[in-house]
Design a protein around this ligand. Structure first.
Ligand code: UT7
Length: 325
């Protein structure tokens, strides 16, 4: 049986920056509050005519180049997003067209900020069971298009980005273990509504933009710290390892308090945790693959290192994976 190994990494962030000084101009907040409560300094924001598929395409091209692979060689494209350009065609089909991956199947998945790890779990199965040999997975979101810039409890958090990885069948260890989960019972704690507007949800949004993200932030934060620590510990044990074997944790970049709260519970020291939230904020599906790209390309994660990816998000969902780089 082959292993699924990442052989190429890519990312894309838009040029436009909303820094904390800009956020101070649009809502009642300040740099000190945002920095202390979240760790965020800046977010990247897509242009009005720039969409998730555009960012995903850029990240995909970079990952393919990094893997020295032609798009025609791909068997499958999975895009993890909650902000696809259209209901249909999927973002993955738009990317397939843009990059010319004529032989690839393509579909989107919705697991919010846990989406990239969920895509990794799917890709691992397809490669290990021999169905496919070459898979492109992308996490991409333009949260700015569904963010309420009058709600200071959410707008200071979110940014736009895309991250991508090419996975190939390999004799070397790659994705060693994956664990994903969901708690739909608490799903309405973090929402972005669409076709259905039920009375209870409409009631919660009085005075707010009902078409944008709405979140019970403190409750989501409590859930996140606990579930990230549990999922990471579980997946490390499933890989037959202990936390001492792990060189780096690459967590979903939601809030430094969540990240360090969870890593403390895992028994991991701060220097083994990759953080880039100060530059991009929370970019949902893109958060983990962009951080993974930077961790690998900066040398924080070196060839042969065993690392953990771990995230949580809307659904509510979570996911963790152990990779050998
Ligand atoms: O990818 C998953 C997506 N979700 C998340 O990652 C969210 C997880 N949650 C969080 O990151 C945090 O809950 C927040 C950063 C959103 C908020 O931090 P908190 O420590 O949970 O604050 P809070 O909501 O309990 O609010 C504390 C105070 C409140 O004022 P009062 O009622 O104590 O007077 C808020 O109104 O802070 C106030 N506040 C702000 N003040 C200045 C809320 N947002 C802001 C703001 N600037 N931007």
């Amino acid at each position: 049986m082959s292993n699924a190994k990442i052989t190429g990494y890519g990312y894309y962030v838009p040029e436009k920056v909303y820094d904390n000084a800009y956020m101070e101009q649009i809502v009642e907040t300040n740099d000190e509050w945002i920095t202390q409560r979240t760790g965020i300094k800046e977010r990247r924001i897509a242009k009005d005519n720039e969409y998730t598929s555009d960012m995903a395409t850029e990240a995909a091209r970079m990952a393919l180049e990094d893997a020295h692979m032609a798009a025609e060689a791909l068997d499958l494209i999975i895009v993890a997003t909650i902000t696809a350009d259209y209901h249909t065609p999927s973002c993955a089909c738009v990317v397939q067209k843009n990059i010319g991956a004529a032989h690839a199947a393509a579909f989107d998945i919705n697991a919010a900020c846990s989406g990239f790890v969920t895509a990794l779990a799917i890709a691992k199965q397809f490669i290990e069971n021999g169905t496919y040999q070459k898979i492109l997975i992308i996490g991409a979101d333009t949260l700015s298009k569904i963010t309420d810039y009058k709600d200071r409890g959410t707008c200071i958090l979110f940014g736009d980005a895309a991250g991508a990885a090419v996975l190939e069948a390999s004799a070397e260890p790659g994705v060693m273990a994956v664990d994903i989960g969901a708690n739909g019972a608490d799903g309405m704690k973090l929402t972005s509504l669409d076709l259905k507007a039920d009375a209870e949800e409409t009631e919660k949004r009085v005075g707010k933009d009902a078409s944008k993200i709405f979140m019970a932030g403190a409750e989501v934060m409590k859930f996140a710290v606990k579930i990230m620590a549990e999922a990471a510990s579980k997946v490390v044990a499933e890989a037959g390892l202990t936390m001492d074997d792990i060189a780096l944790i690459v967590p979903h970049q939601a809030n430094t308090r969540i990240i360090y709260g969870a890593s403390k519970r895992m028994g991991i020291s701060d220097d083994k945790v990759f953080v880039n939230i100060q530059k991009y904020g929370n970019t949902s599906g893109a958060s983990i693959p962009v951080a993974l790209y930077e961790a690998v390309k900066s040398g924080r994660a070196k060839p042969g290192d065993k690392i953990v990816l771990v995230g949580f998000g809307g659904g509510l969902t979570w996911g963790a994976a152990v990779l050998q780089i």
